[in-house]
Design a protein around this ligand. Structure first.
Ligand SMILES: [Fe+2]
Length: 421
């Protein structure tokens, strides 16, 4: 291709041109204590450092030592914005931009869960573009952004390695997922010690979110069956060998350590597995994409106000049951990693929903829609809302229409692991 920005349409349609793409931060550092690399990372990126975080991170004592390490660095100036919050909206992100603009940041450091990292990514782009965030969906994202350094403190969203940021549009009462390569962080420090203070319920929800990223990546439509995007837009290209390798390892790590991390938050070995599993699952879905579970979770989260990972855990058994006929060997492989003992693919694949439901129960999540306040009368409107999220539904291995979405929801309504339906 001579021009990476041209809207070149080449389809994976048998013409012989089939490829997949993978983007990642320039530098990913992983390991206990790796947060201490922050001054070295920042030194390469800029001298005026905006830190985006929240009050909980400050109160937990996470921020002060990191800021101190930065301010000891010659010529580095630091501004901490700690008004980050879960379910951050357009207005909240604009308030951050207004508060920090005069500082003249040259690099943005996001510290916290997915919401803080998404805030850092959006603010880094918004500071380079005068248009309000509310216009991005219709007009396109900014063409450039300040460099972002991401330090996740939960093991779940994978936001540190994705070109995606999710904000709430308060006026339309819905979540908007922005996807563009300018949102990809430049450098990432994944320090499992930063997750030690994560409460059990958040650990469970985040961990199930990470697991859903890995599973959706493995069960996705193949890159060979998707139209190829223009080079500049390539992300969510469909299942491919790179995403498969990352996602299988993520399932293995999460499967062996999620319940331990929930039971004993001080278990650093389990926390390390979860941090790595989340990182690899994030890389996998940044390449392959998420699908029906996440498409349904957006309206489900808006309706029930449950955490993103909680909603995914509730939807996952029914969704994999629906999709496993199109992804038999992958579903069987996941089920065996998570506990199925059958060496017959059909049997193991059919057990995946129960295996996932049992894992959810083990970490304190009742894996059905009724438990989060959803009734039969909600299914139609949930399916209608999800039907518009074609960016994700187009990744599903089976086509999803309104009826299929209602089927998945109905399967999740009163699901109990081990009980046939
Ligand atoms: Fe997710």
């Amino acid at each position: 291709m001579e021009d990476s920005n041209a809207a070149v349409e080449v389809s994976n349609d048998g013409s012989g041109l089939k490829w997949w793409s993978f983007s990642s931060p320039q530098r990913v550092s992983f390991g206990v204590g790796s947060r201490r690399l922050l001054p070295d990372v920042v030194r390469d990126l800029g001298a005026r450092v905006l830190v985006c975080t929240d009050h909980n991170m400050v109160a937990a004592g996470v921020i002060a030592p990191l800021v101190e390490s930065l301010t000891k660095t010659p010529d580095v100036e630091v501004l901490v914005y700690d008004e980050g919050e879960a379910e951050m909206g357009f207005d909240g992100a604009e308030a951050c931009v207004d508060a920090v603009r005069s500082f003249g940041a040259t690099v943005v450091v996001g510290i916290g869960g997915g919401s803080n990292l998404d805030l850092a990514k959006v603010v880094a782009a918004r500071l380079c573009d005068d248009r309000p965030i509310s216009r991005w969906a219709a007009e396109g994202l900014p063409q450039r952004a300040l460099a972002v350094v991401a330090l996740p403190t939960t093991a779940g969203t994978g936001s540190e390695v994705t070109p995606i940021a999710v904000l709430t549009d308060e006026r339309r009462h819905l979540k908007v997922g922005f996807q563009n390569h300018v949102l990809l962080p430049r450098a990432v420090l994944v320090d499992p010690e930063l997750t030690l203070t994560c409460p059990a319920s958040v650990t469970a929800h985040s961990g199930m979110d990470a697991l859903s990223h890995a599973i959706e990546s493995l069960l996705d439509i193949s890159f060979a069956d998707k139209p190829t995007q223009a080079y500049a837009d390539q992300a969510f290209v469909g299942k491919n060998p790179y995403s498969d390798a990352l996602a299988i390892e993520a399932v293995t790590l999460i499967g062996r350590s999620l319940a331990r991390a929930v039971r004993d938050g001080d278990d650093l070995a389990a926390r390390t597995d979860m941090a790595l599993g989340s990182l690899l699952a994030g890389m996998a879905f940044a390449a392959a994409g998420t699908a029906v579970i996440h498409a349904l979770q957006y309206p489900l989260g808006a309706l029930t106000r449950t955490a993103h990972g909680h909603g995914n855990a509730v939807l996952m058994p029914s969704a994999v049951r629906y999709n496993s006929s199109a992804r038999r060997s992958e579903a069987a492989r996941i089920a065996r990693i998570l506990g199925s003992t059958s060496d017959v693919d059909d049997v193991a694949a059919s057990e995946l929903a129960d295996v996932l439901g049992e894992l959810a129960l083990e970490v304190g999540i009742t894996p059905n829609l009724r438990s989060i306040g959803v009734n039969e009368t909600d299914l139609d409107s949930l399916a209608s809302a999800a039907l518009g999220i074609t960016r994700l539904l187009n990744n599903n291995p089976r086509p999803m229409d309104h009826e299929a979405l209602v089927d998945v929801l109905r399967g999740a309504l009163d699901f109990v692991p081990g009980v046939r339906w």
